[in-house]
Design a protein. Structure first.
Length: 199
């Protein structure tokens, strides 16, 4: 599992996304994103997952933000999956309850190769900064599919939409860190009773 690094690029008529991830990093992030608050959330995700993350994001924002947010999630999820390889020796699952002032968010992740998202969160406003809040669920749905992950997210409580979105991204990052971590007693085995994980 040495060298868990991946680089990916996705270029379409709608977006141009480049990503580099190092799963064994220290949370060093460089995010070039035209949607300010979204870039802030990607930075928070990388730092709390302790990924070294380099993202360059461009998209057709004259249309709307959907393609840019969704394609970023696709590229990031695929890059993490590529860096994981056959997933030997990892914990596979991780969970986190992340508090932020009055807000509490939960996230549980299983990297078993069966993509699914349960997302229980509501926002009071259309936007946080420039980011449309209806795209938060789209980001996590797309990254769950690209990563082949079962992801359950719930906003337990909260009032401020900024805190809500940020706590969800940070909870996801921390749960991801635990899921991709090397298990000290796994001995390089695939973490499944079947002896293989779906990809």
């Amino acid at each position: 599992m040495a060298g868990r690094v991946a680089r990916l690029e996705r270029i379409t008529k709608e977006t141009q996304i480049r990503a580099e991830v190092n799963l064994d990093g220290v949370g060093k992030t460089q995010v070039d994103c035209p949607i300010g608050f979204f870039g802030h959330m990607l930075d928070a995700l990388g730092r709390h997952a302790h990924l070294d993350l380099d993202l360059h994001i461009r998209g057709d924002l004259h249309v709307d933000q959907h393609h840019t947010v969704e394609d970023t999630a696709i590229v990031l999820g695929q890059a993490i999956s590529k860096a994981l390889g056959d997933k030997r020796g990892i914990w596979r699952t991780g969970s986190c309850r992340f508090p932020m002032d009055e807000t509490l968010a939960e996230c549980a992740i299983d990297l078993g190769g069966r993509p699914h998202l349960v997302f229980l969160a509501q926002f009071a406003h259309e936007k946080v900064g420039e980011l449309h809040t209806d795209l938060v669920i789209e980001f996590f749905r797309a990254i769950a599919i690209a990563l082949g992950a079962n992801v359950h997210m719930e906003l337990v409580r909260g009032e401020n939409d900024h805190h809500k979105v940020e706590a969800l991204f940070k909870a996801f990052g921390r749960a991801l860190e635990l899921a991709v971590a090397r298990h000290p007693r796994a001995g390089g085995e695939v973490p499944s009773t079947k002896g293989a994980l779906d990809s």
